[in-house]
Design a protein around this ligand. Structure first.
Ligand code: PA5
Length: 319
């Protein structure tokens, strides 16, 4: 499947399934995963928080697990598209040792084998995609586990489908603005997961550096870096926000845009479009996915291969 076909399939990847997981049984939820699989946890965490869920939810990237994960009242969701990512295997093994409740998501690989051997629930997603292009499959599994309503997921999916041309067009326009510059994305707490996804999609698909910072923290450091005219002239700025951001954060978004304009920079200001927070998140993510795809074309790169990631994984297998 071509990267364009994989991107196009994103709305259809969102599939609601009935689940009998009772979230109220758990004191904490730890989402584990790296790269294209790790972002799933960030999105799920933002979604849970936005809907006022009072369970502690953490997105964990790296080996082992935080110390608080100890006992069955802690739910650990291990997501690895390939099922072979060593950090996620380490999360799984640690969770099993600590008697946590574990759920695994992968298209196969070692994680599926280990889950089956240990009698742990394993949710399988279709194979044949690059991990970051299977976001919709992995995310729907997690959101349905967490109790997303069918209507909410269907509405978000419909929103992506009806806005398809608009999303693609925005992606292409943004790619034109980013071409030749280092993308710097300024986000709000509600859009931080999107900014992270944009950064990593630009890294992996467009093969270029990209960075992000989040309000309000960035008003205490990042903004001072804008004093450097030589460096800022090499950057292209994006400011992303959500209509449900805290009112003081919204004020800070306006101030940030004004600050950039006063420096002669016209940032791309962008919010998601949709009836729910989930719909807006996915809209914004999809604009970034298309932007990174078009930007790859402008730089003459194939979006799919990530040779250096593959090389690092092979090197680690030798040790
Ligand atoms: O998109 C990619 O190819 C990477 O970011 C991978 O997702 C990352 O290396 C982790 O691999 P996996 O998703 O198979 O666990």
């Amino acid at each position: 499947m071509s990267p364009e076909e994989m991107l196009k399939s994103f709305p259809d990847q969102l599939q609601w399934e009935k689940t009998d997981i009772d979230r109220s049984l758990y004191r904490t939820i730890t989402f584990c995963g790296m790269g294209g699989s790790g972002i799933v946890g960030d999105i799920a965490k933002s979604w849970l928080e936005h809907r006022g869920c009072n369970v502690v939810a953490i997105s964990h990237r790296g080996y082992g697990l935080p110390n608080y994960v100890n006992g069955e009242e802690h739910l650990v969701i291990c997501t690895s598209y390939s099922g072979n990512t060593e950090e996620t295997i380490s999360n799984f093994e640690t969770a099993m040792k600590r008697d946590a409740t574990v759920i695994c998501i992968s298209s196969g690989g070692k994680l599926e084998e280990l889950a089956k051997k240990s009698g742990v629930l394993h949710l399988k997603v279709p194979s044949g995609f690059a991990p970051r292009y299977a976001l919709g499959y992995m995310l729907s599994k997690i959101l349905t586990l967490l109790g997303v309503e069918k209507d909410e997921l269907e509405d978000a999916k419909e929103n992506l489908k009806t806005s398809y041309e608009e999303i693609k067009k925005k992606g292409e326009e943004i790619a034109n603005k980013l071409n030749g510059y280092i993308p710097i994305i300024y986000a709000t707490p509600l859009t931080e997961a999107c900014a992270f996804r944009w950064k990593t999609q630009i890294n992996e698909n467009s093969k270029t550096q990209a960075y992000f910072a989040t309000l309000p923290e960035m008003h205490h450091n990042e903004v001072v870096g804008l004093d450097n005219a030589e460096i800022r002239s090499k950057c292209a700025f994006i400011v992303m926000f959500d209509l449900k951001d805290h009112e003081r954060v919204r004020r800070r978004v306006d101030i940030t845009i004004r600050l950039l304009k006063d420096l002669g920079i016209v940032p791309v200001a962008i919010g998601g479009d949709g009836n729910s927070y989930l719909a807006r998140l996915l809209y914004l993510i999809h604009v970034g996915d298309w932007a990174s795809y078009y930007l790859a074309g402008k730089y003459g790169f194939e979006p799919l291969p990530v040779k250096v990631i593959d090389w690092i994984k092979e090197e680690l297998l030798k040790l």
